[in-house]
Design a protein around this ligand. Sequence first.
Ligand SMILES: [Zn+2]
Length: 298
Amino acid sequence: MFTRRSFMVGATALSGSLAFGARGQAAPADRLSTLSDGHLELPADFLLPGVPAEARRELGIETGDGAMLSPPCNLTLHRSGDRLVLFDAGAGSNFMPSAGRLPDSLAEAGIDASEITDVIFTHAHPDHIWGVLDDFEDVAFPEAQFHVCRTEWDFWRSEAALANIPEERQNFVVGARGRFDAIEERTTLFDAGTEPVAGIEAMAAFGHTPGHCAFVLHGLDAPVMIVGDAIANDPVSFARPDLLWGADQDAEAGAATRRRLLDRLAAEKLRFVGFHLPQGGIGRVETEGSHYRFVPGA
Ligand SMILES: [Zn+2]
C-alpha cells in the first residue's frame, strides 16, 4: 500500500540499484512481463449467468448459491525504447481486500513507481483504474503520462453512465470520474486505431465497457496483444466464447469482440496477455474444433 511516507522510504531503499527486471520476474532482455495486483472474489452466478448447467459441469465450474470465482489480476509492463509502460493501474486499497497488491509487486520486481513513464488504460472499471490514486489520494505514478481512450473517457463522464448502470455498480461511475479528475492534467485521450505511445496500437474492443480497448505491441520480436477484459475467463471465454458474460456492460457486443479477438489470436498465432487469466496471464490460443483453449506461458 502506498502512503506518502512509505513511498519515500521505498524510493530511497531502491534508488540506484534496480534496473528493470533485476529481481528476475523478467530478464533484462525480456521487455514484456506481468505484475500481480492480487485477485478478485466474485460470485460465480454474477459472472456466468448464461452458462447452462450442462456446460458448467463439462467445464468443471462450480456455481450455485455462494460459489465464488477468484480471477487473478495481471498488469502488463512493457519497456519500449525509453518508455516504461504499464497497462492499467490496479485496484488500489479501496475496492477489494484481495486486490491492490501492485505496489508490493513493483517493489519485488525492483521497480520504483516513479520509473513508469506511461500508464495506458484498457478501461475504467475499479480493478483497472482505482489504483491510480494512493491512500492519500495522491497520484501513485508521479512521473507518468496517462492515456485513456476518448470513447471510454466520454462514457464515464456522461449522464448515460449513471443512468444505465445497475445501482450496485454506481460506485464504478463515481470512482472512474474521481480518478479521471485526478489525472486529467496529465492525460492524453486517444482514439482506437491510433498509437497512444509509439509502437503501441490501440484497437476498439468494445462491449465489456463502451470504450474498452485492446492493444498490439509492435516493438517486440513478434506482435503481442493486450486483451484486457475482452477475454477474461479461463476456460469459459475460450471453450464457449459466444456465451454472454455477466461482467460485460454490453454482453452481446462483448461476445462479438471476444470471438473476433480469439479468431485473430489463433489465425496469427499471437502471444497475448489477459488481465484476469491464470499463471500470469501470458499465453497463446489453441484451436479445438470450433472453439479454443488457453495455453499459458506459450
Ligand atoms: Zn477487470
